[in-house]
Design a protein around this ligand. Sequence first.
Ligand code: ZN
Length: 265
Amino acid sequence: MTGRLRHYVCGSTTHDVGAMFRGEPRGVRSFPSGVFLYDGDDGRRVLFDTGYATGAWRTGWRGAVYRRLLPPIVDDADDVAARLRDDGVDPATVTHVVLSHLHPDHVGGVRRFPTATFVLTQGMLRTLAAPSLRSAVLPGLLPEWFPRARRRELGDDEFLDREVGGIHVSAVDLFDDGSYLVVALPGHADGHVGALVDGRVLLAGDAAWGADLLDAVPRLRALPRAVQFDPEAYATTARDLCTIADSGIRVVCSHDRAGAKDLLD
Ligand SMILES: [Zn+2]
């Protein structure tokens, strides 16, 4: 396989790591919002997540509460379409958008891809049908055409058992060629998924705040633990990802600093 995987930062937020985990030193850390573009065979262009929305969010008081708790740091240059254009990629050439889950820092750029096919899990469809408090800002962030967008809805029965890095996971082989596996990484949000690209890089979404914090998940304090959709599954997923990382597969969380732009070099 000869794909290319690029990383872009589309906004960021800050958090005190010591306030989130027992045993971590206090200190505010910046968490960039990553977007990942995969160029595969046949002109296939798959975007994983879309970052923050730039400009005003039309999300009312719920958006104001969210922004107070997790203040987005975002300007026009952070817009996913601007990031792609700056790198010589026409956003209209993106064929698929895989969303890890439907939180604001992952869906803000959905509106830039009206012609793409959106890959959605059953958990995401449930969230769209009845947004929880955490995802209540969704209607204001998603474009009005989203319900009519081209979609690939992944059925629960499409997720098949596979071995990845010595761990049994449930995954959908999106193009039936092993290049792009959508991997169930349950816990953070209903229907949360990652993507194993070329068998080498596992995009882990919000399975943890950072790949370096995966092994700190058991020390998560009560509040950040309670806001997970399924705290127990979240802990199990983090443990599995530690094993997968130990096997040599690179695990990259959405809020990691990835270093180089190209992730498969
Ligand atoms: Zn999230």
